[in-house]
Design a binder for this molecule. Structure first.
Ligand SMILES: [Zn+2]
Length: 410
């Protein structure tokens, strides 16, 4: 297989424009999300790939303004994504720790959560891949105590919530206590109203909807598979260029490079749907349907946050046999634009690594800049992307697949 000339950069720009600008919003359950999977399916099918499309149920969500008022003041607060609506006037109570929460009577009250209790975004009730017991404990106590509504006040926490400040502590369509979020500064001022009546109004609707994973297949040797994946969904109302239109564009470029692939090992390209959604519906659907073929997968390559205009492309290994790590590491670092990065225990490579399937993650060297300042915000736009880096990465993946055809790694 010879590498094609580098004229595909225009394709990269076209796909990017389609996913980020022409389709303005790819959050799971939205019309934009369905338009994006339709587009990707069309492109993959045009390149001669056999398609498997997996549909799942999900909810979309729409929101109106939030009104939060004490006697004379109104406060800035935002509805937690997927929150139910409410209109309540009730006494305010506040808690900063789980111990405090456990001692409180909260029926007929509005609860202000702050401090230690709101340091992290709480993992959704039914999120299967990572769900710390402290998070589950907090949710359980809240469900038992049943406050009328919850206000959460948060500091900046780039570790879990991307670059948002304030960030929603709850982002969970399975949690039914209405809630809003605000900054820790507002929260500190609101604390002074503990014991007094406050009014909270949230106008929002959960809308039943559907989404899909698009899986493209070539090759016939079912017992030797290589998977390349990226998530297609984004957070609500943002372009999601680096998170993760660039991953999908790289997948499409690779699909084009492999257009004439006639090798034996199965190449499986997956546009996952749900990495940025509270219950990871696409990922769960995939694992349910294809659990049996996991043992045949010799390597998964996941892309998330690739193509940042600054720095190189970073790669890392998970559960990989030593010879694979050595071979691919050597192959990649021979290229100026590639660098071995820090381990990254999130994103879709982990759902495979957790099942002991060898996996790699591809992201950008300036990972912190993306996940602290850009991801999940309005700053995540196409101008942050260098399209030629996407083609460069697609060519590296192509080389790995080429190499994979000729070598056994375990
Ligand atoms: Zn992502």
């Amino acid at each position: 297989m010879n590498l094609p000339p580098r004229h595909l950069v225009n394709d990269a720009s076209d796909h990017l424009e389609m996913l980020c600008d022409i389709i303005p919003d790819r959050h799971v359950g939205s019309p934009g999300n369905r338009a994006a999977t339709e587009y990707v399916a069309q492109v993959l099918s045009d390149y001669g790939w056999f398609l498997e499309r997996q549909t799942f149920s999900c909810i979309d969500w729409s929101q109106g303004p939030v009104k939060l008022t004490t006697d004379k003041t109104s406060w800035e607060a935002f509805a937690s994504p997927y929150s139910l609506s409410c209109l309540e006037t009730a006494p305010l109570k506040a808690a900063a720790t789980l111990q405090e929460l456990e001692r409180m009577e909260l029926r007929s009250c509005i609860l202000l959560m702050h401090g230690e209790l709101t340091r992290d975004q709480l993992m959704p009730k039914n999120f299967p891949f990572y769900n710390p017991s402290e998070h589950q404990r907090i949710i359980k106590v809240l469900d038992q105590k049943a406050p009328l509504a919850i206000i959460t006040a948060t500091e900046k926490n780039p570790g879990l919530a991307g670059a948002m400040y304030p960030f929603p502590v709850f982002e969970d369509g399975d949690f039914d206590i209405p809630s809003v979020y605000m900054t820790d500064r507002q929260g500190a001022r609101l604390l002074k109203y503990a014991g007094e009546n406050i009014t909270l109004q949230i106008d929002s609707t959960r809308i039943p909807s559907t989404g899909e994973n698009v899986i493209a297949i070539k090759g016939r040797e079912e017992t030797r598979r290589i998977v390349v994946c990226a998530h297609i969904d984004a957070k609500k109302d943002i372009s999601g260029a680096l998170d993760n239109a660039t991953g999908i564009v790289t997948l499409l470029l690779l699909a084009r490079l492999l257009r004439a692939y006639a090798g034996d090992p199965v190449i499986e390209l997956i546009a996952f749907n749900g990495e940025d959604y509270y219950s990871a519906p696409g990922q769960i659907k995939y694992l349910e349907a294809y659990k049996k073929r996991l043992p045949a997968i010799q390597l998964v390559m996941n892309m998330d946050g690739v193509g940042f205009r600054e720095g190189k492309t970073a790669f890392s290994f998970y559960e990989c046999p030593e010879n694979l790590t050595k071979d691919i590491g050597k192959m990649l670092t021979a290229h100026e634009g590639m660098i071995q990065g820090e381990p990254w225990m999130q994103s879709d490579h982990m759902i495979f690594a957790q099942q002991k399937v060898p996996a790699m993650a591809f992201t950008s060297e300036k990972f912190d800049e993306i996940w602290c300042n850009i991801a999940h915000t309005l700053h995540d736009t196409v101008d942050k992307v260098a399209p030629e880096k996407l083609l460069y990465l697609a060519e590296r993946l192509y080389e790995i697949i080429n190499y994979f055809q000729q070598n056994e790694w375990r």
